[in-house]
Design a binder for this molecule. Structure first.
Ligand code: IPD
Ligand code: CA
Ligand code: CA
Length: 261
């Protein structure tokens, strides 16, 4: 039942993303420069809430645009109605719906769907991660120097030692390909699917990473904060890798250098 509701909520919201893509929807700005929210984010959220409430009216929901709908429940749905809103607003099809489910504080299920490329990712604790019903696994690369990486930057730049541009610069100066796609949820899925060996970002919110966190773990990967401790989606920084390059990437994010051949 939980899984069916999760799949339905994700698909209903993705259908709305498709219906309105490249149409004349309204766009407004949230706090920070160019931190957008569109009419479609709200419509997507409504569809997700309707699906959850129809089956589980007493579950807790935390959603990006509406905030916390607190209920005394051991289940919490963590919702990003569109991850990659800036892409969506510009007609760039790198965006998705992302929904994670926590039970008693532990992530137990996650779904991420990008309808434009028809990629539906799903993970369940102890069962595995799937892309369109096929099992997926992280890559096997064991050195950052030979890795393919992805990152993201916050809406308001954080100027701090080992900040986003410093780490980016260190990797790029060594010739390591680092992509910046604009959807943390897609970034995490593509680590899970073995397309990227690692992802790091300095400032995310729980809805950006909740579903992707379990999708990477169940694909055999590792997810931590920037210091290398076990990941907490309610804290800001994230490093998600295939596991093999994890310690090296943690070191690089804390001032260390890329290990040479
Ligand atoms: C953003 C995207 C982006 C990441 C930002 C997030 P939004 O989410 O995931 O990749 O770099 O930190 O806020 O605003 O498109 O839902
Ligand atoms: Ca997001
Ligand atoms: Ca969003």
């Amino acid at each position: 039942m939980l899984k069916n509701t999760l799949l339905k909520a994700t698909k209903d919201a993705a259908l709305i993303m498709q219906q309105y893509f490249n149409t004349n929807f309204s766009i407004s700005n949230k706090e920070g420069m160019n931190n957008l929210v569109t009419e479609v984010d709200h419509k997507s959220e409504e569809a997700i809430f309707a699906a959850i409430k129809a089956d589980f009216p007493d579950h807790y929901i935390l959603s990006e645009e509406t905030g916390a709908m607190v209920q005394d429940s051991s289940y919490k749905w963590i919702v990003d109605p569109i991850d990659g809103t800036v892409n969506y607003a510009n007609g760039i099809p790198i965006c998705c719906v992302s929904i994670g489910i926590e039970k008693d504080g532990k992530m137990i299920m996650g779904a991420i769907y990008n309808p434009f490329i028809n990629e539906f990712y799903f993970a369940e604790r102890g069962v595995g991660s799937f892309l369109n019903d096929q099992r997926i696994y992280v890559s096997k690369k064991d050195r950052v120097l030979h890795s393919s990486m992805v990152t993201g930057f916050p809406y308001t730049y954080i100027d701090q030692p080992n900040g986003p541009l410093e780490v980016f610069s260190k990797l790029v100066r060594r010739g390591i390909p680092v992509r910046r796609l604009g959807s943390a949820a897609m970034d995490l899925c593509w680590v899970a699917a073995g397309r990227f060996d690692g992802f790091y970002e300095h400032q995310l919110s729980p809805w950006d990473s909740a579903a992707g966190f379990i999708i990477v773990e169940e694909a055999g990967g590792k997810v931590s904060n920037l210091k290398g401790d076990y990941y907490n989606p309610y804290k800001h920084g994230i490093i998600a890798t295939n596991g093999k390059i994890h310690d090296e990437l943690v070191s690089i994010c804390n001032g260390g250098n890329v290990i040479e051949d």
